[in-house]
Design a protein around this ligand. Sequence first.
Ligand code: FEO
Length: 168
Amino acid sequence: MNKKVVEALTLQVNKEFYSAYLYLAMNQYFEDQDMPGMANWMYQQFQEEQFHAKKMLKYLNSRGVKVVLEAIEKPQIEWPTTMSVFENVLEHEESITASINNIQGIAVDEKDFATMNFLQWFIDEQIEEEENASNLIKQLQLIGDNGYGLLMLDKELALRTFTEPAAE
Ligand code: FEO
């Protein structure tokens, strides 16, 4: 497999695990704030990011690559407001989208068609990731200082579940 593509995908595995860790930190923040629904939303996100990392590991393994794991950076653990946490989610997902797009660019340059095909799933996934965060920010803007509204949103976010696809 092309060396540049392997390096970029290996770095992305680390970024996906870092994403999982960041969402686990956000989960802990909301647990501490007594917002169980938001804590749940972050926990589901934590699981989803681990799935992303595992999907990449599996792909690299299937192409004969042994992945060299690096240290995972310590995530931010405190935020000033609920809104700032979700703004951080959007900002983070935008950076992940840029990172995935960058790898796709490398795969195109190196004519690695299998990786181009593999990454399409992640490109589509990032549209959803950014949309989810944007929608939550819009809802929080509408809620403003309304405590009842915040409580209702928390109840809604308690319903989010993530199930790893069986084929993976
Ligand atoms: Fe793995 Fe949130 O993108």
